[in-house]
Design a protein around this ligand. Structure first.
Ligand SMILES: [Zn+2]
Length: 330
């Protein structure tokens, strides 16, 4: 019996303890076998034999129970140790926050123009027909309205398709001279590699007396701005059409990826279109009641700038909140 007690005391695990219990007290256990002998033992010896067996059984059961408590406690401690969480531990792997590339690009653009004394103006996202179209020389049923895939609301208001209505609102509220930019969110029904239904624009407007504003001023401002944003690039102006400016131009920079040699991004032309601009159409000034002034305006897509600055191929990836992608722009 001493031997058994010793084995029980030295058991290393609950499994080992259980197999010892089966070995000793189980149906085919050694002690159970001893009890079976009672049948064959002479009556006068039975009492002493049974008493002895019972004492052994009690001692062994007690030893097993005690050992079980110890082993269970050990197992629990091991589990607690393994699952321990140190809430005070500093985790170096936690990544720090970064500004989203679109917002970062927008901030850079805004700061640049603020330094040139442009005021930052804002307006509502839901616009009426007058501010979003009509005042911008886009009368109802004008074919140029098709250039902008508009979201219409039931009450014939629209989600603004550009930030130009902010220019109208500013001119209606202020007297010239005006020197402003309108950064903000705009909406169009469009979704592919280079278009998302929501995107960001920055538009600029300068209005002053006729002798103070010219296309040459506009050209100078934009060339300096684009070289600030994209580095040492060539800038070219191409005649184009916008309803609210006349003359109008689209502005290209020499491809930032191939330096003008021709690559996939620039469709092998060596040039990337980055913004639109022009001299404000007299009809726009008529709509806001301005007289004897001249002005120029420009507009750009912030996502387009961010994609070119950070070499992002798919515009949609900017809106997927993918930390693997966004983490690269710290
Ligand atoms: Zn290229």
């Amino acid at each position: 019996m001493k031997e058994w007690i010793e084995k029980i005391t030295n058991a290393n695990s609950l499994e080992e303890l259980e197999s010892l219990r089966v070995e000793i007290l189980g149906k085919k256990g050694v002690l159970t076998a001893e009890f079976a002998k009672l049948k064959t033992i002479p009556n006068e010896e039975k009492k002493a034999f049974a008493q002895n067996l019972n004492e052994q059984k009690i001692a062994i059961t007690e030893a097993i129970d005690n050992k079980k408590v110890v082993l269970e406690e050990d197992a629990l401690n091991k589990k607690l140790e393994a699952e321990k969480i140190d809430v005070t531990r500093f985790n170096n792997e936690v990544s720090s926050a970064a500004v989203h590339p679109v917002i970062d690009t927008m901030d850079r653009i805004i700061t640049y123009f603020q330094n040139l004394n442009f005021a930052v103006e804002e307006g509502p996202l839901v616009e009426d027909d007058f501010h979003n179209f009509e005042a911008l020389n886009l009368p109802k049923y004008h074919p140029a309205r098709d250039m902008q895939d508009t979201f219409y609301n039931k009450d014939f208001t629209v989600l603004r398709t550009h930030t130009s209505p902010v220019q109208i609102r500013t001119m209606l509220n202020q007297k010239p001279p005006i020197r402003m930019i309108a950064p903000g969110t705009v909406f169009r029904r469009d979704f592919d590699l280079t278009h998302t239904p929501m995107f960001h624009q920055v538009e600029g407007l300068v209005v002053d007396s006729e002798d103070k504003v010219s296309f040459a001023n506009l050209k100078h401002v934009l060339v300096e701005f684009l070289q600030h944003m994209f580095g040492d690039v060539e800038v070219r102006f191409r005649p184009s059409f916008f309803p609210f400016t006349e003359p109008s131009a689209e502005v290209d920079i020499s491809c930032v990826f191939c330096k003008g040699e021709g690559c996939r991004v620039c469709s092998h032309t060596g040039w990337l279109e980055v913004l639109g601009c022009g001299v404000v159409d007299p009809n726009v000034f008529k709509a806001v009641g301005y007289e004897n002034v001249s002005g120029y305006a420009f507009g750009l897509g912030v996502e387009r700038f961010a994609m070119l600055i950070h070499n992002i191929g798919d515009l949609r990836s900017l809106f997927e909140s993918d930390l693997k992608l966004l983490g690269q722009f710290k």
